[in-house]
Every structure is written in structure tokens, then in C-alpha cells.
Design a protein around this ligand. Structure first.
Ligand code: HEM
Length: 146
């Protein structure tokens, strides 16, 4: 027996053409920036077997992909923000967006410091800070997307 669904204001709607482009680019860049960090970490024990300089070479190669992805996140993030109807934004939405922006800055700064650190200990600490802040930005992004 088929059920008749009535159209209501709360019915799920498809995203429109340009929103699909905007959100796809944002999510694709997040998957490279955040997902890539997990992949590089997971490959590290194998990469070490290729010699002392191998982890640095792989990290540099990943940086050539991940930094453009980070700047694409910032550019599409600004686009996301401008596309929102701000009259509809609750104070909790604004607060979570603000916390997300702090996480984005910490993610970028932590990861940058990781590339400049000279001791293995500080390299590890900065990598951890950058990765955790990146994951937090991702989770908060999902929260504000609703
Ligand atoms: C590390 C950097 C970032 C990560 C990992 C990230 C991740 C995400 C993710 C996963 C979503 C959910 C997308 C969806 O479910 O449709 C999202 C949404 C969003 N992001 Fe980001 N983002 C980052 C940076 C930024 C920046 C810099 C801005 C603003 C300048 C921004 C603004 C937004 C906005 C406004 C939304 C909601 C989009 C909507 O509902 O239409 N993001 N983000």
C-alpha cells in the first residue's frame, strides 16, 4: 500500500546547483586536509622502511596537496558564510561558528609550526595540536550545516 506524503515546509529539499558546487568543494577540501593527515600517519611505519629521509619527503609531498586544500577550505568557507541567511542564524549557531573559526586558526598555525619545528618532540606536539583542531573544525562544520 503506497503512502501519500504531503508536502510541508519541513520536507527535505535538494541543494540547488551552485550550493552543490560550494559544499562539494568545501567537503572535498576537508577530506584532503583532515583525511590526508590520517592516511599519512597510517603510512608512516611503512615509509620509514624506505630510509631516513623518506618521511620528510612524503610530508613535503603531502604539504603540496594539503596546503592548497586548506586555502580552498578558507575560500569556500567564506563563500558558505556569505551564502547563509544571517537573519536565521541563532546565537548558538553564531557561537559554534566562532569556535570553529578559532579551531581553523589553531589547525593552520599548529600544522605550520609542525613543518618548522626542529626537534622530534615539538614536531609531534604541533602535529597533534593541528590534527585535533582540524578534526574539531570538521565536527563543528557538520554541526553548523545542520
Ligand atoms: C580546517 C578547516 C575547515 C574544515 C575541516 C571544515 C569542515 C566543514 C564541514 C565538514 C562542513 C559540513 C558541510 C556539510 O555537511 O554540508 C562545513 C560547513 C561549513 N563551513 Fe567549514 N571547514 C573548515 C573551514 C571553514 C572556514 C575557514 C569557514 C569560514 C570562513 C567555514 C565555514 C563553514 C560554513 C558557514 C559551513 C556551513 C555551510 C552550510 O550549511 O551551508 N569553514 N565545514
Amino acid at each position: 500500500m503506497g503512502r501519500v506524503l504531503l508536502a510541508t515546509a519541513e520536507q527535505l529539499q535538494l541543494a540547488s546547483g551552485l550550493s552543490i558546487v560550494r559544499l562539494t568543494l568545501h567537503v572535498l577540501a576537508a577530506s584532503v586536509w583532515v583525511g590526508g593527515q590520517f592516511v599519512v600517519l597510517g603510512l608512516l611505519p611503512t615509509v620509514r622502511e624506505f630510509g631516513e629521509g623518506a618521511p620528510r619527503k612524503i610530508a613535503q609531498a603531502f604539504g603540496r596537496l594539503s596546503w592548497p586544500a586548506f586555502w580552498l577550505l578558507v575560500a569556500t568557507g567564506v563563500w558558505n558564510y556569505l551564502a547563509i541567511n544571517h537573519a536565521d542564524a541563532s546565537s548558538s549557531w553564531n557561537a559554534v561558528f566562532g569556535i570553529k573559526m578559532v579551531c581553523v586558526v589553531v589547525a593552520g598555525a599548529g600544522t605550520f609550526m609542525h613543518t618548522k619545528a626542529t626537534s622530534p618532540k615539538s614536531r609531534g606536539i604541533y602535529a597533534g595540536v593541528g590534527a585535533l583542531a582540524s578534526i574539531a573544525a570538521l565536527v563543528l562544520g557538520v554541526a553548523i550545516a545542520g
